[in-house]
Design a protein around this ligand. Structure first.
Ligand SMILES: *[C@@H]1O[C@H](CO)[C@@H](O)[C@H](O)[C@H]1NC(C)=O
Ligand SMILES: *[C@@H]1O[C@H](CO)[C@@H](O)[C@H](O)[C@H]1NC(C)=O
Ligand SMILES: *[C@@H]1O[C@H](CO)[C@@H](O)[C@H](O)[C@H]1NC(C)=O
Length: 451
């Protein structure tokens, strides 16, 4: 998701009809996917098992590095195109599902001001009054300066003891969350299996919530957002100091049912997994939240498209560039590049067009009667600076929008007002490691083996 502060014209964030996601997740023919990993490829699986044992052995000899991990699950079963993290917050802990979002900074949860909350259903909102550790930030607290204020916020009177820190955080589609900025204890599982209590995590206690991306169907099942962006108030930034300044995750294939669980790992938990490709993370002073990468070229079935490299640049007004965003479902490509990709895929696709295009998509094919569309759909390959090559499987960019119809899940964006996005669908099945100290993004197709 994109904070309003940095971008104003991104209205098409959640084009993917969530109802279809739910339908896909219940679609039985996809249940065979986990088996495919085992039976046709016995040797790589064995190799991976050996590899894992070797790495495990090596890691025993290394000084253990602390890290925390939280399960990440796809929200597809509740009709959301998002991935959720279970955060335990407060004392005693209240368990809430937050959208894991590398495209925004604020951590916030829906809050209820109820005094007697026993008639509220638990685990859908946070009850500050049921927590002994809830502590509203004072408006004079330095952390309060880091969060955007509502326009009509009173001036801070620092001699008054109970002067709260109101916040108002807007997303690009006009959605808003506002309430009180506060601190709480959160509980997370550490690598040793023990629960770590992290005190004083700053978060927004949201009393007012409005707009599509925080109350519409894409938000189904979520109780808040865990901003993992680069800004100082994000979860990654707040915890970074304590856990080595990196985090990693795997977003598992959302079509699998029941949805498999993978982990968001804060800290150095991913290095041992396997060889990663690395590409530098770029910064854009005008959009300090985002993790930018430099896309260099796109290939369709091995043929490099003739895309003017200047299309991928971040311009002087801060537009353009390519962002890794776990809070956006689809992928977006800068317009001239987008048209070339569509044309190249159309040219190479060996399947009939759908009778009608699904609204919002430019390329849909009819896979009726085809047993393994994966095998014949054109292959995309993305090359990033530093020589990192990203080869997602077709299911990361073709989605079933209705029975037997698959559409290219890429949208066009005008780089003069927006930027290209590698969304969560494109990222699924890969381990991504955001190494903030070394300012690099690592990724691997082999890092997502289930524990
Ligand atoms: C809270 O509400 C419940 C049910 O409405 C009631 O039984 C209980 O006595 C109330 N507790 C307090 C402390 O008011
Ligand atoms: C600040 O708060 C104190 C204590 O409540 C009060 O006496 C003072 O008038 C306030 N100052 C302003 C500028 O509102
Ligand atoms: C897909 O193809 C099948 C078989 O040719 C046809 O019966 C069906 O109507 C087509 N569906 C769409 C939506 O194009």
């Amino acid at each position: 998701m994109f904070p309003l502060l940095y971008l104003c014209s991104f209205l098409s964030l959640f084009l993917l009809p969530p109802a279809n996601l739910a339908a896909v997740s219940n679609d039985r023919k996809y249940l065979k996917l986990p088996l495919l990993r085992k039976s046709p490829f016995p040797s790589p699986t064995q190799a991976l098992a050996l590899d894992t044992r070797r790495l495990h052995f090596l890691s025993l000899r290394r000084k253990p590095v602390p890290f925390v991990k939280s399960p990440v699950v796809s929200g597809a079963s509740s009709g959301s195109g998002q991935y959720f993290v279970d955060l335990r917050i407060g004392q005693p802990p209240q368990s809430l599902l937050l959208i894991a979002d590398t495209g925004s900074d604020l951590v916030w949860v829906k809050c209820s001001a109820c005094r007697n909350c026993s008639h509220h259903s638990p685990a859908t909102v946070f009850f500050p009054r049921h927590s002994s550790t809830f502590s509203p930030a004072h408006c004079y607290d330095p952390v309060c300066r880091l969060v955007p204020k509502p326009g009509r916020a009173p001036r801070c009177n620092h001699t008054r003891i109970h002067s709260t820190c109101p916040y108002e955080y807007g997303y690009a589609d006009g959605s808003l969350t506002s309430g009180l900025f506060a601190r709480e204890t959160t509980s997370l599982k550490t690598s040793s299996g023990k629960e770590a209590k992290l005190k004083s995590v700053a978060f927004g206690c949201g009393f007012r919530i409005s707009g599509q991306s925080v109350s519409g169907t894409s938000f189904n099942g979520a109780n808040g957002v865990m901003g993992l962006g680069r800004g100082p108030i994000s979860f990654a930034s707040q915890l970074g100091r304590r856990f080595g300044n990196k985090f990693s995750y795997c977003l598992m294939d959302y079509t699998l049912s029941p949805p498999p669980t993978s982990y968001l790992i804060i800290g150095d938990g991913g290095d041992a997994v396997s060889k990663l490709f690395f590409t530098p993370l770029l910064t854009n002073p005008l959009s300090p939240t985002f993790y930018y990468v430099k896309l260099k070229s796109v290939f369709v079935n091995g043929a490099k498209l003739r895309i003017d490299p200047s299309i991928w640049e971040i311009d002087d007004s801060g537009n353009g560039g390519t962002v890794m965003d776990s809070g956006t479902t689809l992928a977006f490509l800068a317009d001239p590049a987008y048209r070339l990709v569509i044309a190249a895929v159309k040219q190479r696709i060996k399947l009939p067009n759908a009778d009608e295009l699904t609204p919002g998509f430019d390329l849909c094919v009819n896979v009726s009667g085809v047993t393994k569309p994966e095998k014949i759909l054109p292959r995309l390959k993305f090359e990033f600076s530093g020589g990192a090559v990203f080869v997602p499987p077709p299911r990361n960019y073709f989605i079933e929008t209705e029975e037997q119809i698959q559409c290219l899940a890429i949208q066009s964006v005008d780089p003069k007002v927006g930027f290209s996005v590698i969304g969560n669908l494109m990222q699924q099945g890969f381990l991504f490691e955001f190494d903030r100290d070394r300012s690099r993004l690592g990724f691997s197709r082999r890092g997502c083996a289930l524990p």
